[in-house]
Design a protein around this ligand. Structure first.
Ligand SMILES: *Cc1c(COP(=O)(O)O)cnc(C)c1O
Length: 364
């Protein structure tokens, strides 16, 4: 079997052990005589899968009991509208932190439902840093504060969790954690709501996970479609309609894999080691450049440019010949981007670093 090292930002690499297990269980899931894809979502087999998946996620993230875990569809992009529809709760405005492409999309969508106050922005430096909390101009009457802890495209990650408790405990913190959830331990209590599409660090596309504090539910905008009402999903164990059953199953296998690996504290250590391998090279080798401020560099998505952009195509082609794929940067920023989620083995990063050293030595 020949597996490539896939550096795609998403859908992205999955642990090979998970794929092997899914293959082994493809035709007959644990003596049931059927594939998970063929199961009724309300049957005892799938119910057990969904319950185990939720329990393992709760264990990994130490999610308190007064938070609901929802398995939704529609991607993180649907959350850009579901969040204001559900969390405005009669208020007219919400605060957003603007740190790049995904923040901007969330802001654009929220403007359809409320007045958006951009409480902090890194636009003045082309979205290459995370504004510190002392610069946030929070409106204490805002319905919530929304931020993007890891900007997948720009490679900017908050290394700290904002703390809105204390100064005003009424403003819930909302986070789009699509590309860094499960990459490190989290203090869930600091958040009102967390959402994440599965296809970056959790599983296949088609599943979106929402973790929400119970008391925030039940006060939606008038005429909100039932499918966009968190409470409808929460009251029905995410079975108001048919959930994305197969992606839930695969995410469940990923959660089991994470537990076997030792949990999120261990994953964080590995992610520090892996990302430092790349950042150390980017810093000492002046053939490469990473535009992001050192303290705010993402451990998951690492953007960089070559000294000579005319060689971008050659770099990508030669990397592919070594089984290092999907390194082309996002069309909005250019250059390269290496996404190194939990499932990327350290061997993949080492091979990339070796190749980059050779490439720069040859072209310097
Ligand atoms: C990928 C991504 C999204 C969009 O996810 P979809 O599932 O395609 O809707 C939103 N936010 C962030 C931070 C992302 O990385």
């Amino acid at each position: 079997m020949e597996r490539i090292f896939n550096f795609s930002a998403g859908p992205s690499i999955l642990p090979v052990e998970v794929l092997q297990q899914a293959r082994n269980e493809m035709l007959d899931w644990r003596g049931s005589g059927m594939s998970v894809m063929e199961m009724s979502h309300r049957g005892k087999e799938f119910t057990s899968i969904a319950e185990k998946t939720e329990a393992d996620l709760r264990e990994l993230l130490s999610i308190p009991n007064h938070y609901k875990v929802l398995f939704l569809s529609g991607g993180a992009s649907s959350q850009f509208s579901m969040v204001p529809m559900n969390l405005l709760r009669g208020k007219k405005n919400a605060d957003y932190i603007n740190t790049g492409e995904w923040s901007k999309k969330a802001i654009q969508e929220a403007k359809k439902y409320c007045t958006v106050n951009v409480a902090a922005s890194s636009e003045n430096k082309n979205f290459t840093y995370a504004p510190t909390q002392d610069t946030w101009k929070i409106d204490h009457n805002a319905a919530y504060v929304h931020y993007t802890p890891n900007e997948t495209i720009g490679g900017v990650e908050f290394s700290w969790t904002p703390d809105l408790t204390g100064q005003n405990s009424d403003v819930p913190l909302v986070a789009d954690m699509s590309s860094n959830i499960l990459s490190r331990p989290l203090d869930i209590k600091k958040f009102g709501l967390i959402y994440a599409g599965a296809q970056k660090n959790m599983g296949p596309a088609g599943l979106t996970i929402v973790i929400v504090r119970e008391d925030l539910l039940g006060n939606v905008l008038t005429d909100t479609p039932t499918m966009y009402n968190y409470k409808a999903h929460a009251d029905n164990q995410s079975m108001y309609n048919t959930p994305a059953t197969y992606p839930v199953y695969i995410a469940g296998l990923v959660f089991e894999w994470l537990k076997k690996k030792g949990g999120l504290a261990i994953m964080e250590q590995l992610n520090i080691v892996k990302s430092n391998l790349l950042y150390d090279l980017l810093d000492i080798n002046d053939y490469y450049h990473c535009p992001v401020k050192k303290s705010d560099r993402s451990r998951m998505n690492i953007p960089f440019t070559l000294k000579d952009a005319a060689l971008d195509g050659k770099f990508i082609k030669q990397a592919e010949e070594r089984g290092l794929t999907q390194l082309k940067g996002h069309r909005s920023v250019g250059g390269m981007r290496a996404s190194i989620y939990n499932a990327m083995p350290i061997d993949g990063v080492t091979k990339l670093v070796e190749f980059m050293k050779e490439f720069s030595a040859y072209h310097a």
